[in-house]
Design a protein around this ligand. Sequence first.
Ligand code: HEM
Ligand code: HEM
Length: 106
Amino acid sequence: MGKAYLKVASVYFAIGVLAGLTMGIIHDFRFTSVHAHVNLLGWVSMALFGLIYHFYPNAANSKLAKTQFWLHNIGVPVMLGGIALQVLGVSAALPPTIIGSLAVVW
Ligand code: HEM
Ligand code: HEM
């Protein structure tokens, strides 16, 4: 569980910094919120979960931990994809954004 979180976190880190770099280079800051949360929910939060489960392995061996892993890993892309679509003007993306956010918070 710890390793899985760290692997996924490193993918989000790559996406997050590349997005930040691109925003900075092309001077288009519409996606700042997506960039911020890719880094904070994807990279920082998942790296922290991974380290916590590494140091407290018993906590990883629960159904709750597994459920939260999947809710987080489904919720984050749904939430962030939803925000990105709304930035592009797709207002119908609001309900999935809310559902994704609720999955993350659960
Ligand atoms: C080389 C890597 C990165 C680059 C080039 C970059 C670039 C940027 C840019 C251009 C903005 C928009 C600034 C603005 O709207 O005025 C921004 C905002 C932000 N970035 Fe990054 N970023 C990087 C890495 C990170 C990382 C690793 C994190 C979090 C761990 C992060 C968190 C944020 C946050 C929270 C904001 C919003 C700040 C605000 O609302 O004032 N960034 N970043
Ligand atoms: C499901 C979880 C979360 C939801 C629904 C959420 C929601 C939001 C919303 C609605 C904003 C305002 C965006 C805007 O003004 O454009 C925001 C901004 C921000 N959030 Fe979150 N957030 C979540 C998790 C987090 C976490 C875990 C962190 C830090 C570890 C964080 C850090 C920030 C920061 C730094 C900003 C300001 C940067 C920006 O303008 O995007 N958020 N968040």
